[in-house]
Design a protein around this ligand. Structure first.
Ligand code: G
Ligand code: G
Ligand code: MN
Ligand code: NA
Length: 253
Protein backbone atom coordinates (compact mmCIF):
# COMPACT_ATOMS: atom_id res chain seq x y z
CA UNK A 1 0.00 0.00 0.00
CA UNK A 2 0.87 3.67 -0.23
CA UNK A 3 1.53 3.92 3.51
CA UNK A 4 3.73 0.82 3.59
CA UNK A 5 6.00 2.22 0.87
CA UNK A 6 5.89 5.65 2.50
CA UNK A 7 7.07 4.19 5.82
CA UNK A 8 10.16 2.60 4.31
CA UNK A 9 11.07 5.74 2.41
CA UNK A 10 10.20 8.01 5.30
CA UNK A 11 12.64 6.28 7.62
CA UNK A 12 15.45 6.61 5.06
CA UNK A 13 14.65 10.25 4.46
CA UNK A 14 14.46 11.30 8.08
CA UNK A 15 10.73 12.09 8.20
CA UNK A 16 10.35 10.56 11.66
CA UNK A 17 10.92 12.48 14.87
CA UNK A 18 10.26 11.71 18.50
CA UNK A 19 8.28 13.75 20.96
CA UNK A 20 8.60 13.27 24.69
CA UNK A 21 5.86 13.50 27.29
CA UNK A 22 6.92 14.13 30.91
CA UNK A 23 5.95 11.71 33.66
CA UNK A 24 5.54 13.45 36.99
CA UNK A 25 6.05 12.18 40.53
CA UNK A 26 2.89 12.94 42.52
CA UNK A 27 4.95 13.23 45.69
CA UNK A 28 7.61 15.67 44.55
CA UNK A 29 6.02 17.03 41.33
CA UNK A 30 9.37 16.43 39.63
CA UNK A 31 9.90 14.88 36.22
CA UNK A 32 10.81 11.25 36.86
CA UNK A 33 10.64 10.15 33.25
CA UNK A 34 9.50 10.88 29.73
CA UNK A 35 7.61 8.70 27.27
CA UNK A 36 8.98 8.67 23.72
CA UNK A 37 6.20 9.01 21.14
CA UNK A 38 6.95 8.65 17.47
CA UNK A 39 5.85 11.35 15.01
CA UNK A 40 5.74 11.07 11.23
CA UNK A 41 5.45 14.18 9.14
CA UNK A 42 5.18 13.18 5.48
CA UNK A 43 6.25 15.92 3.03
CA UNK A 44 2.98 15.62 1.05
CA UNK A 45 0.49 13.85 3.31
CA UNK A 46 1.36 15.86 6.41
CA UNK A 47 1.39 14.43 9.95
CA UNK A 48 0.25 10.82 10.26
CA UNK A 49 -0.63 9.37 13.67
CA UNK A 50 1.25 6.35 14.99
CA UNK A 51 -2.18 4.87 15.73
CA UNK A 52 -2.56 4.72 11.95
CA UNK A 53 0.92 3.71 10.80
CA UNK A 54 2.17 1.43 13.61
CA UNK A 55 -0.34 -1.32 12.73
CA UNK A 56 0.81 -1.15 9.09
CA UNK A 57 4.45 -1.18 10.14
CA UNK A 58 3.66 -4.30 12.16
CA UNK A 59 1.96 -6.03 9.21
CA UNK A 60 4.74 -5.26 6.78
CA UNK A 61 7.60 -5.91 9.20
CA UNK A 62 9.05 -2.40 8.96
CA UNK A 63 8.29 -2.05 12.69
CA UNK A 64 11.67 -3.70 13.33
CA UNK A 65 13.62 -0.85 11.76
CA UNK A 66 11.28 1.83 13.03
CA UNK A 67 11.45 0.37 16.52
CA UNK A 68 15.24 0.35 16.46
CA UNK A 69 15.22 3.95 15.31
CA UNK A 70 13.02 4.98 18.25
CA UNK A 71 15.05 3.01 20.79
CA UNK A 72 18.37 4.40 19.62
CA UNK A 73 17.17 7.97 19.30
CA UNK A 74 15.44 7.91 22.71
CA UNK A 75 18.52 6.45 24.44
CA UNK A 76 20.82 8.91 22.68
CA UNK A 77 18.59 11.83 23.68
CA UNK A 78 18.34 10.73 27.31
CA UNK A 79 22.12 10.31 27.56
CA UNK A 80 22.47 13.81 26.11
CA UNK A 81 20.15 15.24 28.80
CA UNK A 82 22.28 13.55 31.46
CA UNK A 83 25.49 14.83 29.85
CA UNK A 84 24.31 18.45 29.95
CA UNK A 85 23.51 18.15 33.63
CA UNK A 86 19.82 17.32 34.02
CA UNK A 87 19.19 15.03 36.99
CA UNK A 88 18.83 11.59 35.40
CA UNK A 89 15.34 10.34 34.60
CA UNK A 90 14.04 7.39 32.62
CA UNK A 91 12.95 7.33 29.00
CA UNK A 92 10.05 4.98 28.23
CA UNK A 93 9.79 3.45 24.76
CA UNK A 94 6.68 1.70 23.41
CA UNK A 95 7.39 -1.80 22.12
CA UNK A 96 4.79 -3.33 19.82
CA UNK A 97 3.81 -6.99 20.00
CA UNK A 98 5.67 -7.94 16.84
CA UNK A 99 8.78 -6.11 17.92
CA UNK A 100 8.65 -7.89 21.27
CA UNK A 101 8.42 -11.23 19.47
CA UNK A 102 11.53 -10.63 17.39
CA UNK A 103 14.19 -13.14 18.43
CA UNK A 104 17.05 -10.75 18.98
CA UNK A 105 15.24 -7.97 20.87
CA UNK A 106 17.44 -8.27 23.96
CA UNK A 107 20.55 -8.10 21.83
CA UNK A 108 19.22 -5.07 19.94
CA UNK A 109 18.47 -3.28 23.22
CA UNK A 110 21.81 -4.23 24.72
CA UNK A 111 23.71 -3.05 21.62
CA UNK A 112 21.89 0.28 21.61
CA UNK A 113 22.60 0.85 25.30
CA UNK A 114 26.30 0.24 24.71
CA UNK A 115 26.39 2.39 21.60
CA UNK A 116 24.64 5.35 23.25
CA UNK A 117 26.24 4.95 26.68
CA UNK A 118 22.90 5.11 28.50
CA UNK A 119 22.76 3.04 31.69
CA UNK A 120 20.09 0.33 31.41
CA UNK A 121 18.16 1.58 34.43
CA UNK A 122 17.32 4.77 32.56
CA UNK A 123 15.46 2.88 29.86
CA UNK A 124 11.94 1.59 30.32
CA UNK A 125 10.12 -0.59 27.81
CA UNK A 126 6.33 -0.24 27.66
CA UNK A 127 4.71 -3.55 26.80
CA UNK A 128 1.02 -4.20 26.30
CA UNK A 129 -0.93 -7.19 27.53
CA UNK A 130 -1.13 -8.47 23.92
CA UNK A 131 2.49 -9.67 24.10
CA UNK A 132 1.46 -12.28 26.62
CA UNK A 133 -0.29 -14.47 24.03
CA UNK A 134 2.66 -16.81 24.20
CA UNK A 135 3.36 -16.70 27.90
CA UNK A 136 6.43 -18.97 27.88
CA UNK A 137 8.39 -17.02 25.31
CA UNK A 138 7.19 -13.71 26.75
CA UNK A 139 8.55 -14.75 30.14
CA UNK A 140 11.92 -15.69 28.66
CA UNK A 141 12.23 -12.38 26.81
CA UNK A 142 11.18 -10.34 29.84
CA UNK A 143 13.66 -12.13 32.06
CA UNK A 144 16.45 -11.42 29.57
CA UNK A 145 15.49 -7.75 29.39
CA UNK A 146 15.17 -7.45 33.15
CA UNK A 147 18.59 -9.04 33.53
CA UNK A 148 20.03 -6.24 31.40
CA UNK A 149 18.64 -3.86 33.99
CA UNK A 150 15.98 -2.13 31.89
CA UNK A 151 12.62 -1.37 33.49
CA UNK A 152 9.48 -3.02 32.19
CA UNK A 153 6.00 -1.56 32.37
CA UNK A 154 2.57 -2.70 31.25
CA UNK A 155 0.97 -0.04 29.06
CA UNK A 156 -2.81 0.42 28.72
CA UNK A 157 -3.18 -1.75 31.79
CA UNK A 158 -6.63 -3.23 32.19
CA UNK A 159 -7.72 -2.97 28.57
CA UNK A 160 -6.42 -6.37 27.41
CA UNK A 161 -8.07 -9.66 28.09
CA UNK A 162 -5.20 -11.29 29.88
CA UNK A 163 -5.12 -13.22 33.10
CA UNK A 164 -3.86 -11.31 36.15
CA UNK A 165 -1.60 -14.18 37.10
CA UNK A 166 1.10 -12.85 34.76
CA UNK A 167 1.65 -10.00 37.21
CA UNK A 168 3.22 -12.34 39.71
CA UNK A 169 5.16 -14.35 37.13
CA UNK A 170 6.74 -11.58 35.07
CA UNK A 171 9.53 -9.22 36.15
CA UNK A 172 7.41 -6.07 35.81
CA UNK A 173 8.22 -2.75 37.50
CA UNK A 174 5.19 -0.57 36.70
CA UNK A 175 1.57 -0.55 35.62
CA UNK A 176 0.31 2.28 33.43
CA UNK A 177 -3.38 2.92 34.03
CA UNK A 178 -5.02 3.40 30.65
CA UNK A 179 -6.30 6.88 29.88
CA UNK A 180 -9.84 5.61 29.34
CA UNK A 181 -10.08 4.79 33.05
CA UNK A 182 -8.48 8.08 34.10
CA UNK A 183 -10.80 10.14 31.90
CA UNK A 184 -13.96 9.33 33.87
CA UNK A 185 -12.72 8.99 37.45
CA UNK A 186 -14.69 12.07 38.48
CA UNK A 187 -17.88 11.25 36.57
CA UNK A 188 -18.18 7.48 36.67
CA UNK A 189 -18.05 5.77 40.05
CA UNK A 190 -17.21 2.46 38.41
CA UNK A 191 -14.15 3.87 36.67
CA UNK A 192 -13.17 5.44 39.99
CA UNK A 193 -13.52 2.04 41.65
CA UNK A 194 -11.39 0.38 38.97
CA UNK A 195 -8.63 2.97 39.28
CA UNK A 196 -8.58 2.72 43.10
CA UNK A 197 -8.41 -1.04 42.84
CA UNK A 198 -5.62 -1.04 40.27
CA UNK A 199 -3.54 1.32 42.46
CA UNK A 200 -4.16 -0.81 45.54
CA UNK A 201 -3.34 -4.03 43.72
CA UNK A 202 -0.18 -2.55 42.18
CA UNK A 203 1.07 -1.49 45.60
CA UNK A 204 0.23 -4.81 47.22
CA UNK A 205 2.31 -6.45 44.46
CA UNK A 206 5.09 -3.90 45.05
CA UNK A 207 4.65 -2.36 41.63
CA UNK A 208 4.87 1.27 40.74
CA UNK A 209 1.72 2.76 39.23
CA UNK A 210 1.34 5.64 36.80
CA UNK A 211 -1.91 7.16 35.54
CA UNK A 212 -2.07 8.19 31.91
CA UNK A 213 -4.26 10.82 30.30
CA UNK A 214 -4.52 13.17 33.28
CA UNK A 215 -6.18 16.33 31.99
CA UNK A 216 -7.69 18.09 35.02
CA UNK A 217 -6.77 19.19 38.55
CA UNK A 218 -9.73 17.15 39.85
CA UNK A 219 -8.39 13.96 38.31
CA UNK A 220 -4.98 14.74 39.78
CA UNK A 221 -6.43 15.30 43.29
CA UNK A 222 -8.22 11.98 43.11
CA UNK A 223 -5.05 10.17 42.05
CA UNK A 224 -3.03 11.84 44.81
CA UNK A 225 -5.59 10.91 47.43
CA UNK A 226 -5.41 7.30 46.22
CA UNK A 227 -1.59 7.34 46.53
CA UNK A 228 -0.95 6.86 42.83
CA UNK A 229 2.82 7.25 42.34
CA UNK A 230 3.04 9.13 39.06
CA UNK A 231 0.99 10.76 36.35
CA UNK A 232 1.26 11.77 32.74
CA UNK A 233 -1.13 13.81 30.61
CA UNK A 234 -2.12 17.09 29.04
CA UNK A 235 -2.71 18.63 32.49
CA UNK A 236 1.08 18.65 32.83
CA UNK A 237 2.36 18.59 29.27
CA UNK A 238 1.57 17.36 25.81
CA UNK A 239 4.20 15.26 24.06
CA UNK A 240 6.90 17.80 23.10
CA UNK A 241 10.03 18.10 20.97
CA UNK A 242 13.23 17.26 22.86
CA UNK A 243 14.39 20.88 23.19
CA UNK A 244 11.16 21.83 24.97
CA UNK A 245 11.76 19.15 27.61
CA UNK A 246 14.92 20.95 28.71
CA UNK A 247 12.99 24.18 29.17
CA UNK A 248 10.26 22.46 31.17
CA UNK A 249 12.85 20.71 33.27
CA UNK A 250 14.39 24.02 34.30
CA UNK A 251 11.08 25.79 34.89
CA UNK A 252 9.66 22.99 37.11
CA UNK A 253 12.80 22.99 39.28
O1 G B 1 1.31 9.65 20.54
P1 G B 1 -0.04 9.13 20.17
O2 G B 1 -1.14 9.28 21.18
O3 G B 1 -0.53 9.67 18.87
O4 G B 1 0.19 7.56 19.94
C1 G B 1 -0.81 6.73 19.44
C2 G B 1 -0.44 5.29 19.66
O5 G B 1 0.79 4.98 19.02
C3 G B 1 -0.28 4.92 21.12
O6 G B 1 -0.89 3.66 21.33
C4 G B 1 1.21 4.80 21.29
O7 G B 1 1.56 3.84 22.26
C5 G B 1 1.65 4.34 19.91
N1 G B 1 3.05 4.72 19.67
C6 G B 1 3.59 5.97 19.69
N2 G B 1 4.91 5.92 19.45
C7 G B 1 5.22 4.60 19.29
C8 G B 1 6.45 3.89 19.04
O8 G B 1 7.54 4.45 18.94
N3 G B 1 6.35 2.54 18.93
C9 G B 1 5.18 1.88 19.06
N4 G B 1 5.20 0.54 18.93
N5 G B 1 4.02 2.50 19.31
C10 G B 1 4.04 3.85 19.43
O1 G C 1 -0.94 3.67 24.05
P1 G C 1 -0.16 4.74 24.75
O2 G C 1 -0.53 4.85 26.17
O3 G C 1 1.32 4.64 24.54
O4 G C 1 -0.61 6.11 24.06
C1 G C 1 -0.22 7.33 24.50
C2 G C 1 -1.04 8.30 23.69
O5 G C 1 -1.86 9.11 24.54
C3 G C 1 -0.18 9.24 22.88
O6 G C 1 -0.70 9.32 21.62
C4 G C 1 -0.35 10.58 23.58
O7 G C 1 -0.27 11.65 22.63
C5 G C 1 -1.75 10.46 24.16
N1 G C 1 -1.96 11.28 25.36
C6 G C 1 -1.05 11.60 26.30
N2 G C 1 -1.61 12.34 27.29
C7 G C 1 -2.91 12.50 26.97
C8 G C 1 -4.00 13.16 27.61
O8 G C 1 -3.91 13.76 28.66
N3 G C 1 -5.20 13.07 26.97
C9 G C 1 -5.36 12.40 25.80
N4 G C 1 -6.57 12.38 25.26
N5 G C 1 -4.36 11.75 25.18
C10 G C 1 -3.14 11.79 25.75
MN1 MN D 1 2.64 4.16 26.02
NA1 NA E 1 -1.47 3.70 27.41
Amino acid sequence: SRLATGLRKGLEQGEFTIHYQPQISLKTEEIIGVEALLRWNHPEWGPISPAEFIPIAEETGSITKIGEFVLEEACRQNKYWQDIGLAPFRVAVNISARQFAQKDLTEVVSTILKKTGLAARYLELELTETIIQNADSALTTMEELAALGVHLSIDDFGTGYSSLSYLKLFPIDSLKIDQHFTRNIKSDSKDAALVKTIIRMAHDLELNVIAEGVETAEQLDFLKSEQCNQAQGYYFNRPLPAQDIEEIYYTTK
